[in-house]
Design a protein around this ligand. Structure first.
Ligand code: 5AD
Ligand code: SF4
Ligand code: FES
Length: 335
C-alpha cells in the first residue's frame, strides 16, 4: 500500500513530479486488490426536489428553471425490479433532500427493494442519526454522502445553511450504524486548492471510506456558479488514481461527470483505478429533469440501452461484469 504524504500528493497533482506512471500504477493496484470485475450499480433518481441550496447544483431550491418531480414508493420499487431484470445486483436510490420521503415512506421502499434480493445503497443527503438508524434497520446496506470538499472555507461558501461539522457527523453516524460508507468530492470547485484536494484524499483514507465517488465540478447555468471555471477531466482523474493508491481495496466508480467532460471518460477511469459503474435506470423525462449539471450523459437513452452500452465498454477493455453485490468486505447476499 502506498503511504503518500501531503507534499507528495500535491506534487503529483501539480505535475511537479513524474505523473506519467500514475495512471498505470493505479490500474495495477486496482487489478491486484479488487480484480478485473466491474460492479454495476443501477442508479434510480427518484426525486429532484431539494430543501438545500448548494451553490453548484441544479436541484438547489432556489432554481426556478427546473420542473420538479418525485416518484411514489411503488414506482421506485418497480424501477428497482427492472434494474434487477437488467442484471444489476445493487440499486442506488438517489434524490434531493425531499421531505416528502418520510422514514415511513422510505421503509416501504427499502422493504420492497430488499424483498427483491438486491443490495441497496441510499444517497439521500443529510439526515438525523435516528433516520439513518431506521433505514439501516429496514435493510439498507450502504450510504453515499460526498463530503464535497474538506476545505472549511470552500465548504461554507458553497453550502448556505449547512456545515462541514454536520456532514462529518452524518458520516460518523453512518459508520457507527454499520453501513458501508461512500463519500467523495468534486474537483475544481471555486477556491479549492491542490493542497485542499490532497487533504480530501487523506480524509478518504482517514475514515477508511468503502467507496469514493469523484468527478469534476461542471458549472451549471441555472445556478449562481454559472460563470465559474469548472474542474478538468485530467485533474479529477489524478485525484481518483491517487485515491486508489491510498485505498487499494475500496470501490471507486467511473462517474458520469467524468464522461461528461471526455467521451471516453468512464473507460479511461476504469483503466486508471476505477472498478464500479453506476448506469442510470431512471426512465422517461425524469432523466433530463435530474439535471445536477449541464451536458449530463444518457439523458435521452433508455435503461436497456445504457445496460447494453456499458456492457460493451467493459468488454472492450477485457474486463468482466461482477455477478455478485460487490461488498468491500466480501460479504455476499447469498444470491
Ligand atoms: N458539477 C458536478 N457535480 C455536481 N454535483 C452536484 N452539482 C454538480 C455540478 N455542478 C454532484 C455533487 C453531489 C452529487 C450527487 O452530484 O457532488 O454530491
Ligand atoms: Fe440538494 Fe444535493 Fe443538490 Fe445540494 S447537491 S442542492 S443537497 S441535491
Ligand atoms: Fe447510457 Fe452509454 S451508459 S448511453
Amino acid at each position: 500500500m502506498h503511504q503518500l504524504e501531503k507534499p507528495e500528493i500535491v506534487a503529483l497533482l501539480a505535475n511537479r513530479v513524474e505523473v506519467a506512471e500514475l495512471f498505470g500504477v493505479a490500474d495495477r493496484i486496482r487489478q491486484r486488490y479488487v480484480g478485473d470485475e466491474v460492479h454495476l450499480r443501477g442508479l434510480i433518481e427518484f426525486s429532484n426536489i431539494c430543501k438545500q441550496n448548494c451553490l453548484y447544483c441544479g436541484l438547489r431550491r432556489d432554481n426556478q428553471d427546473i420542473k420538479r418531480y418525485r416518484l411514489e414508493p411503488e414506482a421506485v420499487i418497480e424501477l428497482a425490479a427492472k434494474a434487477k431484470s437488467y442484471g444489476y445486483k445493487t440499486v442506488v436510490l438517489q434524490s434531493g433532500e425531499d421531505v416528502y420521503y418520510t422514514v415511513e415512506r422510505l421503509q416501504t421502499v427499502i422493504h420492497g427493494i430488499k424483498d427483491l434480493g438486491l443490495a441497496l445503497t441510499l444517497s439521500l443527503g443529510e439526515k438525523t442519526r435516528e433516520e439513518y438508524r431506521a433505514y439501516r434497520e429496514a435493510g439498507a446496506d450502504r450510504y453515499l454522502l460526498r463530503i464535497e470538499t474538506t476545505d472549511r472555507q470552500v465548504y461554507d461558501q458553497l453550502h448556505p445553511g449547512m456545515s462541514l461539522a454536520n456532514r462529518l457527523r452524518c458520516l460518523r453516524d453512518l459508520r457507527d450504524l454499520g453501513y458501508e460508507v461512500g463519500t467523495g468530492i468534486m474537483v475544481g470547485l471555486p477556491g479549492q486548492s491542490l493542497e485542499s484536494l490532497a487533504e480530501d484524499i487523506l480524509f478518504f483514507k482517514a475514515i477508511d471510506a468503502d467507496m469514493i465517488g469523484l468527478g469534476p465540478f461542471i458549472p451549471n447555468p441555472a445556478t449562481p456558479l454559472r460563470a465559474a471555471v469548472g474542474g478538468t477531466f485530467e485533474l479529477a482523474l489524478k485525484v481518483m488514481a491517487i485515491t486508489r493508491l491510498l485505498l487499494p481495496d475500496s470501490n471507486i466508480p467511473a462517474t458520469t461527470a467524468m464522461e461528461t467532460l471526455n467521451k471516453q471518460g468512464r473507460t479511461i477511469a476504469l483503466q486508471s483505478g476505477a472498478n464500479v459503474v453506476m448506469p442510470n435506470v431512471t426512465e422517461g423525462e425524469y432523466r433530463q429533469l435530474y439535471m445536477l449539471y449541464p451536458g449530463k450523459i444518457c439523458i435521452n437513452d433508455t435503461p436497456a440501452h445504457c445496460r447494453q452500452c456499458i456492457g460493451g465498454k467493459i468488454a472492450a477493455i477485457n474486463r468482466t461484469i461482477a455477478q455478485h453485490a460487490g461488498f468491500r468486505n466480501g460479504k455476499n447476499l447469498g444470491q
